[in-house]
Design a protein around this ligand. Structure first.
Ligand SMILES: [Zn+2]
Length: 85
C-alpha cells in the first residue's frame, strides 16, 4: 500500500511500469523473472501495485469535483484494451 502510494506520486514511473509489465503470448509478465529465469504469471505483483497506484489517482477519489469528472472522461477514452484477458 505504501509503495503504491509512492508510485501514485510518480506518474512517469507509474506509466513506465504499466507499459513494461505487460503479458507476453503465454500470459506471463515480460519484465518479471524469478531467480530461475521463469516469467511471473501476469498480472505480476509489480503490475498489481501499479494498478493500485493508478486507482489512487482515479476520479473515484475526486467524486463530485469538476476536475474529477473531466479526468474521468479522458480516462474512459484511454481505457480501451485494458481488459483483454
Ligand atoms: Zn511484472
Amino acid at each position: 500500500m505504501a509503495l503504491a502510494n509512492i508510485l501514485s506520486e510518480m506518474p512517469d514511473l507509474l506509466e513506465r511500469t504499466l507499459e513494461e509489465h505487460t503479458p507476453d503470448a503465454e500470459g506471463c509478465c515480460r519484465e518479471c523473472r524469478d531467480a530461475a529465469g521463469v516469467s511471473a504469471t501476469w498480472p505480476c505483483v509489480t503490475r498489481e501495485l501499479a494498478e493500485q497506484a493508478r486507482s489512487m489517482n482515479s476520479p473515484a477519489a475526486e467524486t463530485g469535483t469538476v476536475a474529477g469528472r473531466r479526468r474521468a472522461r479522458s480516462l474512459d477514452a484511454t481505457a480501451d484494451g485494458r481488459h483483454r484477458s
